[in-house]
Design a protein around this ligand. Structure first.
Ligand code: F6R
Length: 257
């Protein structure tokens, strides 16, 4: 039985979004280097959206200025719009290339992103293979997450349960509205996406959820202090021992009170 008053102690609040993002990048860097020293690969679960941009900027800086190598890094992205061409300007494939992959020495064969052009007939099998590949590689070492204003993680929209795996999902109204500006109109926003499931995400050995800005303060408060429920998928995270919530002070404003 989960106590709804459980508030995780793994919360770090930074004065500025840059400091919060740098702290996340530092943890990722340290983990990459530790695995390199052990002669092992590292498996990272990656997010897109506004939130991780400064994290990726910092990792690119570390690669260029401090010699951080990505040769042993294997990545699995959380999600992709469906249908979506990888070459589309707003695809998450393109996002990752722009913000990280094209600037570092990742091996192309180590990059995994759900493919927005899988046919409906092959989707279930391809999603299963995506999860199996993660498992075969020993699971995700560090999973980076943002949080949607409706409490989604990845594109696990309200209603997503703990036992969900990678799958096709209908996007929630809030999610589509939040994407409307980028897509120059709600009518251009895809109605569906492929997302890693909550089970896939919560199997990671370390989870870093980053939330920045005042617009996330209400959902951060709800996810951390409200009921643990599929209505707010991020609420599942706070009872996990491997979770770390990293906020700037605007995102943490309501839980600070
Ligand atoms: C993106 C993802 C989403 C975003 C969330 C927040 O890969 O998984 O859950 O993290 O929608 O988006 P931003 O960061 O744009 O506020």
């Amino acid at each position: 039985m989960i106590d709804k008053n459980t508030l995780t102690s793994n919360i770090i609040v930074f004065a500025k979004e840059l400091d919060a993002s740098r702290a996340v990048a530092k943890q990722i860097q340290q983990a990459i280097v530790a695995k390199q020293s052990a002669g092992q690969p590292i498996v990272l679960g990656l997010a897109t959206g506004n939130t991780p941009k400064l994290v990726y900027q910092e990792l690119v800086r570390m690669h260029k200025n401090e010699g951080l190598s990505f040769e042993n890094v294997i990545t699995f992205n959380l999600d992709e719009y469906y249908p979506m061409m990888p070459s589309h300007q707003l695809s998450y494939h393109n996002f990752m290339n722009i913000h990280l992959f094209s600037h570092v020495n990742m091996l192309p064969e180590n990059i995994n992103i759900p493919y927005g052009q899988w046919s409906k007939a092959e989707l279930i099998e391809k999603c299963k293979i995506y999860d199996e590949k993660i498992q075969q590689l020993g699971g995700i070492d560090i999973q980076l997450l943002g949080i949607g204003r409706n409490g989604h993680i990845g594109f696990n929209e309200p209603g997503s349960t703990m036992d969900t795996c990678t799958r096709l999902i209908d996007l929630h109204e809030t999610t589509r509205n939040d994407a409307a500006k980028d897509f120059e109109g709600l009518h251009n926003v895809p109605y569906q996406a492929i997302t890693m499931g909550i089970q896939t995400i919560t199997s990671a050995r370390k989870i870093l959820l980053l939330a920045l800005g005042e617009r996330k303060s209400v959902i951060v408060h709800k996810a951390l202090t409200g009921e643990i429920t599929s209505d707010v998928p991020a609420s599942y995270l706070r009872v996990l021992p491997q979770i770390e919530f990293i906020f700037d002070k605007e995102a943490a404003a309501l839980i600070n009170r």
